[in-house]
Design a protein around this ligand. Structure first.
Ligand code: GAP
Length: 513
């Protein structure tokens, strides 16, 4: 079986080869952690965004959507805490001049010890065969217990130092563990410094009047500052939500793993405003709702799990991640946070404007509490794309590469293929494209043998192929081939629209929520 790294490499090369994701500015050797979505990628991304928007905005009477600007008044980021606290601890190696996240260097070190434990487990499993009890082995094998103790002690110290902002101790830890720079191999480190992740820019033409701005690091603040405008103009009653999708920017120090961690990315966020005291209930409800949304796409219940945060940010009273099994293991896909009244309260303080809601039922005004759901669109794209890419061995021992995207998200819903380029078959195929294009993205393809065309559509993720043959001339039927099962059925041309709609309509997927 291919290892995780090979699988991930295959995902990245497939995304390029089939027009999904390109490195940004590739002709200039690219820009690190910035990517462009190509002809199929843009469609897949749009469909994921639409699937989220419909579930959030269209299907909930009490949620409305907005589209706030990327530029915001700079005081926004003072109030939100991003100017003072949106930092990562970084360290430079003086020989290679490479910059690292100090905590990641330490975590990579513990991951190496972790892999030693895994090796011990594998060896023991082989030795003991069916009678092997993994839990007992982990708890009692002296070498493994020692490794685990070491990991726990390191991570505990790292956590404590970061929490106390004791950056000298983070450096001391790196030195004590004798961590070397992966590039130069040296231990010649600078001090650890905090590095703010926001990108700065300037608004205005002349140097003295220009205003320092930030590119937003999250879309949420555009919702908080518009809270009262939306509430009043939309005559919204609490509880209600405001949703938004849009670009966010973070100067990530360690930006790797393709589109998992990018410097320019897109978020889909929803802030739900509730009465203080009811936040726990809503937090649980949104956790459940969001998990159902993910499961409705049919990518396997076993590939998702919650990770409840024990250590909470100062403004949160509960937080959980929905993690997905990416090719490199379970990692955060979405966050659900109970953010109390921190943001609205801070904006009241910094702007001097009241951001309160008058509750007619209770005859009182209050700053609402907020439960937020926040998912990265690019990360969701990676989850869908990497999960869908399969290498299958067929009955005749040949292999096929197939991108089993949920049909509702697939960029192209059907490919129309005349069996041969003559005898009037292309004309019928073109007419089918003309009829279907009003409802679905469809393509026409007449190049190569039909078997090769099927493989091409499998690899790009098209759920249906429609083949026009000589029988079509006589009885107006075609062959409909299903991507996942490769089953073929004979159907009337007039029925095509209905059959495809049943499989790709958002409604038939979203009702599973
Ligand atoms: N408003 C809350 C917020 O921004 P976050 O946990 O920092 O919370 C939410 O980000 C989601 O945004 C993450 O779960 C992830 O899916 C996505 N995300 C965050 N940083 C990202 C990055 N550098 N590249 C791609 N996606 C990112």
């Amino acid at each position: 079986m291919a290892n995780q790294e090979d699988i991930f490499k295959k995902v990245i090369s497939h995304a390029k080869e089939y027009g999904y994701v390109f490195q940004s500015s590739e002709i200039y050797d690219g820009l690190s952690a910035v990517y462009d979505y190509a002809q199929n990628g843009a469609e897949l991304k749009k469909n994921i965004r639409e699937y989220w928007w419909r579930a959030m905005v269209q299907l909930n009477k009490n949620i409305v959507g907005i589209d706030a600007a990327i530029f915001m008044h700079p005081t926004t980021w003072k109030a939100s805490g991003h100017v003072d606290a949106f930092n990562d601890p970084m360290i430079d190696n003086k020989d290679s001049k490479k910059r690292y996240r100090a905590d990641v260097l330490v975590e990579d070190y513990t991951a190496k010890i972790e892999s030693k434990i895994e090796k011990e487990v594998k060896k023991a499993a082989k030795r003991f065969g069916d009678s092997f009890d993994k839990a007992q082995f982990l708890a009692t094998n002296p070498r493994v217990v020692e490794y685990q103790k070491k990991i726990d002690a390191i991570l505990k110290r790292l956590g404590r130092s970061l929490e106390n902002e004791d950056l000298a101790d983070v450096k001391a830890l790196i030195e004590e563990l004798e961590i070397v720079c992966p590039v130069s191999g040296s231990k010649n480190w600078t001090d650890v410094k905090q590095f703010n992740l926001m990108f700065g820019t300037k608004l205005g033409a002349s140097a003295d009047s220009a205003m320092d701005l930030y590119l937003r690091p999250e879309t949420a603040q555009g919702i908080f500052v518009n809270f009262l405008n939306v509430q009043k103009t939309g005559r919204m009653k609490i509880p209600f939500g405001i949703a938004q999708t849009g670009k966010a920017f973070r100067n990530e120090i360690v930006a790797r793993q393709f589109i998992f961690r990018m410097r320019e990315f897109e978020q889909m966020e929803m802030q739900f405003f509730v009465k203080p005291g009811s936040q726990k209930e809503w937090y649980e409800a949104w956790k459940e709702n969001r998990m159902k949304w993910h499961l409705s796409l049919g990518m396997g219940d076993e590939n998702y799990r919650f990770h409840d945060h024990e250590k909470l940010a100062h403004y949160a009273d509960a937080a959980s991640d929905i993690e997905f099994r990416f090719p490199f293991g379970f990692k955060e896909l979405e966050g659900i946070h109970s953010r109390t009244d921190f943001d609205l309260g801070a904006h009241e303080e910094y702007s001097g404007k009241k951001l309160q809601y008058f509750d007619h039922e209770d005859n009182e005004s209050y700053v609402p509490y907020v439960v937020e759901t926040s998912i990265g669109l690019d990360r969701m794209f990676l989850a869908v794309f990497s999960h869908s890419l399969k290498e299958e061995t067929l009955e005749n021992n040949s292999t096929r590469t197939v991108l089993k995207l949920p049909a509702v998200l697939a960029p192209t819903k059907a490919a129309v293929l005349p069996l041969v380029k003559k005898d009037g078959l292309p004309e019928i195929a073109h007419q089918i494209v003309e009829d279907l294009k009003w409802d679905f993205n469809v393509v026409y393809d007449e190049k190569d043998a039909v078997g090769r065309r099927y493989r091409r559509q499998d690899a790009v993720g098209t759920p249906f192929c429609i083949t026009v043959d000589h029988q079509s001339l006589e009885d107006q039927t075609v062959t409909l081939r299903h991507r996942d099962t490769m089953e073929q059925q004979r159907v009337a041309i007039a029925e095509l629209n209905g059959i495809i709609a049943k499989e790709v309509d958002m409604k038939s997927w979203l009702v599973k929520m």
